[in-house]
Design a protein around this ligand. Structure first.
Ligand code: FPP
Length: 250
């Protein structure tokens, strides 16, 4: 077995194919140190790197990170500006690492609301990593699960209005194909740091059968070893998808 990024033993299967993470607790981490909230976001970059590397090393095919929600636009302007700066800087700085790890980067969310300088960097990073296949990384920025579902419903309704689709024949798979994560398996594992136990409008459709894992660790303190602990919890769960335990075991 390969050693893990944290030096711990490899994780026994099953491993999730797709992990979704709400990186919560940056603000509290910074305030706890008598610093500005933005310092917490800055310090959140380390765990982002660590989790990307660990996911790639463990052969997890997809990772989706909630970096900024539709509702986060209502935060104080200074915090929003510092987050946008951080996204720009990190795209400039981290691209070589993503390339070296074989990461294909995508962004989900209402990207038209972002500043042009960030959209330009996003487009460039997405194009530069388009040929990578080891890990599919989605960064959710200006993303909301309800907004995602509503946009999909509008596209489906427009197809019905054009006579391309009969509403009675619409399938779950067709609907999912209009969502931001179209083409990816649903997340098997949802991790939320920071002690809160909620979904907060993340991937509402796609998380239907995800295993939920909550930890009190604040995001800037989250390490590869913490990520691996979550993977171990996942491996210990019996996923039943509405069947009985006996059906699944048999
Ligand atoms: C939630 O913590 C975190 C955010 C709104 C920002 C997440 C951003 C990063 C981790 C920075 C780097 C990310 C990428 C993908 C480049 P919070 O501010 O709500 O924390 P609190 O609950 O303690 O206030």
């Amino acid at each position: 077995m390969q050693p893990s990024p944290s030096g711990l033993a490899a994780i026994a299967p099953p491993l999730p194919r797709h992990v979704a993470i709400v990186m919560d607790g940056n603000g509290r981490w910074a305030l706890g140190q008598g610093r500005e909230r933005s310092a917490g976001h800055q310090s959140g970059l380390g765990p982002v790197r660590a989790v990307i590397e660990a996911a790639a090393q463990h052969g997890i095919g997809a990772l989706t990170l909630f970096a900024f929600s539709s509702e986060n636009w209502a935060r104080p302007a200074g915090e929003v500006a510092s987050l946008m700066n951080l996204f720009c800087e990190s795209l400039d700085r981290e691209l070589p690492l993503l390339q070296s790890k074989g990461v294909r980067l995508r962004f989900i969310g209402e990207l038209s609301l972002l500043e042009a300088r960030l959209r330009t960097r996003i487009d460039a990073a997405v194009a530069a990593t388009a040929g990578n296949e080891r890990l599919q990384l989605q960064v959710a920025i200006s993303y909301g699960g309800r907004q995602d579902i509503l946009a999909a419903a509008r596209r489906i309704a427009a197809r019905c209005e054009r006579g391309e689709l009969r509403s009675s024949e619409l399938t779950e798979a067709q609907f999912a194909g209009e969502l931001a994560l179209a083409g990816l398996p649903d997340p098997d594992l949802y991790i939320r740091t920071g002690g809160e136990q909620r979904i907060s409008n993340f991937l509402l459709w796609n998380l239907a059968y995800a295993e939920l894992y909550f930890t009190d660790t604040l995001w800037p303190d989250f390490s590869a070893a913490d990520f691996e602990l979550a993977l171990r919890h996942y491996a210990s769960r019996q996923r039943r998808f509405g069947l009985t335990g006996a059906q699944v075991a048999g």
